[in-house]
Write a protein that binds this ligand. Structure first.
Ligand code: UDP
Ligand code: MG
Length: 315
């Protein structure tokens, strides 16, 4: 029987976990009868400070299809996804949020899409952004428009992390061992044929989102730095442009001086120009700094996550 690994990153999910757990166990039973598909559920506890870990220990003891991995601290969802992939035994692998925003009822549909043999990835795609603050939607759209212009990886607006992969596609993701993991980019970068399955946004069953607006903004900058070097090119182009303007300006000033002499004037203009040039320099340095910082972290070759405890410790 083929095995499906369901990877569930959890960070302070004690309120939503019981809902998720019962829903996913039901769904796994349905998949088993409908498609003769076995399931293992692999929870990744991403350094939760609440009662998430005791719940996971409990589930593992109750049901042998449940496994978990507990990090030594909060490493982020991207790290949790990677850890899950590394530890998954399945022939098929799916990522799901613990807050039931990813409807378990779609699993069958995803599995069918992969069974056709035409697709390697089946991914849920939100068709609306209902229940999201308008300002967040606006910036999200802006981000997708921009990143698609400046990156080779294909970023799909509304694409969620709720996706099922064949073993082959999962291995492709595993082969990307980078430290700065931006999974929306990684999914787009590996290629493969993706079947997009539309769904309507579901509100979180309990608990709160871990994303603030500020957090999302920083996350999007990381995404740009990780999957495009266009900002570096932009700062070079700006530099060239400024030089050109300066040369033309100098020639103009020389001609003017030769013809009309040199009365001292244009002090405000000078100040403004200095500020403009200084600002642009600072911006360019900042952009270069972003890339340098990422390179620095990458060269350290730190582990992406550190495990403190697994299901084997309680079984
Ligand atoms: N998550 C995680 N580590 C984090 C933040 C979030 O593992 O540092 C998990 C979280 O428990 C949930 C999923 O990632 O299962 C999505 O998080 P959330 O619902 O907060 O994000 P949103 O759905 O609002 O984008
Ligand atoms: Mg959520």
């Amino acid at each position: 029987m083929p095995l499906l690994t369901i990877i569930v990153p959890c960070y302070n999910e004690q309120e939503s976990l019981p809902h998720f757990y019962s829903a996913i166990v039901d769904e796994a039973a349905k998949l088993n009868t409908a498609y003769a598909l076995d399931a293992e559920i692999l929870f990744i506890n991403d350094g939760s400070q609440d009662g998430t870990l005791p719940l996971l220990r409990q589930y593992t003891v109750d049901d042998e299809r449940i496994r978990y991995l507990s990090f030594s601290r909060n490493f982020g969802k991207e790290a949790a996804i990677f850890a899950g992939l590394e530890k998954a035994f399945g022939d098929y692998i799916v990522f799901m949020d613990a807050d039931l925003q990813h409807p378990p009822a779609m699993l069958g549909q995803m599995y069918e899409a992969l069974q056709t043999g035409e697709y390697d990835i089946a991914a849920a795609r939100r068709v609306d952004r209902k229940g999201e603050p308008p300002i967040r939607s606006f910036f999200a759209r802006l981000f997708y428009q921009m990143i698609n212009k400046i990156s080779k990886a294909d970023f799909v607006d509304g694409a969620s992390d709720y996706r099922m992969l064949t073993r082959q596609a999962a291995n492709a993701i595993l082969s990307m061992g980078e430290y700065n993991r931006f999974s929306k980019g990684i999914f787009g970068w590996i290629g493969f044929k993706t079947s997009w399955i539309p769904y309507e946004n579901v509100e979180r069953v309990a608990g709160e989102t871990k994303w603030s607006f500020w957090g999302l903004l920083i996350y999007s900058i990381e995404g740009i730095v990780a999957f495009s070097t266009t900002p570096l090119a932009i700062s070079s182009v700006l530099g060239i442009l400024f030089c050109l303007v300066a040369v033309i300006g100098i020639i103009g000033v020389i001609i003017k001086t030769v013809i009309w002499g040199d009365p001292v004037a244009g002090y405000p203009t000078l100040t403004c120009l200095l500020l403009l040039i200084g600002g642009t320099l600072q911006l360019s340095l900042g952009i270069i700094g972003q890339y340098l910082a990422k390179t620095y972290l990458e060269t350290k070759k730190r582990p992406i996550y550190i495990v403190r405890e697994t299901e084997e410790d309680v079984k």
